[in-house]
Design a protein around this ligand. Sequence first.
Ligand code: HEM
Length: 211
Amino acid sequence: MAIKSSRKIFKPLVFAACLMPLAWLAYALYSDTVLGTKLMTADPIQKLDRELGDWALILIVLSLTVRPLAEIFKKGELVGYRRMIGLFAFFYVCLHLSSYIVLNLQLDFDEFIKDVTKRNFITIGIIAFTLLTPLAITSTKGMIKRLGGKRWQKLHMLIYAIVLLGVFHFFMMIRADFTRPSIYLGIILVLLGYRYWAKWRKSRPRKAVAT
Ligand code: HEM
């Protein structure tokens, strides 16, 4: 009962928190256009695309931290927020891709195909997006049932490959100051390390009994 009522409060809060970056970007664009501020820098399209890419990556990483946090702090109910955060990550990736195609390339699909085939960091971005799409589609309870828990879990392990591709995409697009992608990479490696350690710890007692 306590968990149910706390979810009633926290779910809308998490939902609103995930929308905050978008609300901020909408406000900044409005302010620059109407009030003449320079919140979105001199190149607002590039700034918008980069911010959306950043938030997509942040939310993917955040969705991966949910289970470790739930296990470490023994708060299993936290896992209930993972799907929402993951779907918001997909939402920001879709906006990132759309802003690139609509605003940056102005719907020039020949240019898009050229970019995807010639600019390696765009190719990596498209691969990450393509892999993320089935995870978003299969995130419903109905799909978990249809696929079966084990197959669903195996499919969703792809998220580690996707997040590494996202960071790789980030590393490839910059020429200097690798601090930010390095921080993401560090966090992902810690999360992967935790996952393997938790798996090893779970399998240990059974092995001890067997020997
Ligand atoms: C899971 C998928 C993706 C993630 C996590 C992601 C993330 C990011 C990140 C973090 C940046 C750097 C932002 C910054 O400098 O602060 C970025 C830049 C960029 N991404 Fe993605 N991205 C993804 C997919 C894509 C796709 C599918 C495309 C387009 C086909 C794309 C196109 C770009 C472009 C063009 C930039 C550079 C923006 C600019 O300098 O104008 N990304 N992305």
